[in-house]
Design a protein around this ligand. Structure first.
Ligand SMILES: [Zn+2]
Length: 128
């Protein structure tokens, strides 16, 4: 059973975060590539495009995590670690409502380099 989680509140938080991400993604997709005559400008433009592409990638991944969390709320599996089937601590969920792994499994996953999502979430929080 899921502990005293306020799922309605968590859903609101996830939807808010999804709205923010969607508008960020929309802004980036709408960014036009500048045409520059100067070679130095071209190099800088290429670098910022590359950076934008990387950000876009992590935003898209973050958006997917949020959608998955909303799905798990609907399915009733929210708050259960996808790797070990243990309950994710409420403290962790209040800090990261999209968390799909318990702390231990998340750390293991990050060490394995399979999930860089936590970092992008922190960036998003800073940007918000
Ligand atoms: Zn776990």
């Amino acid at each position: 059973m899921i502990q005293e989680l306020n799922l309605a509140r968590i859903k609101d938080e996830l939807r808010d975060a999804r709205g923010q991400l969607a508008s960020l993604l929309g802004l980036r997709e709408g960014t036009k590539v500048e045409r520059t005559a100067d070679e130095m400008d071209q190099i800088q433009a290429a670098e910022s495009r590359e950076l934008a592409a990387r950000n876009l990638d992590s935003l898209a991944r973050q958006l997917r995590l949020i959608n998955e969390a909303l799905d798990r709320i609907e399915e009733g599996s929210y708050g259960i670690c996808v790797d070990c089937d243990q309950e994710i601590s409420p403290r962790r969920l209040s800090a990261a409502p999209w968390a799909k792994r318990c702390v231990r499994c998340q750390e293991a996953s990050e060490r394995a380099g399979t999930d860089g999502s936590r970092h992008s979430i922190e960036l998003l929080r800073e940007a918000a």
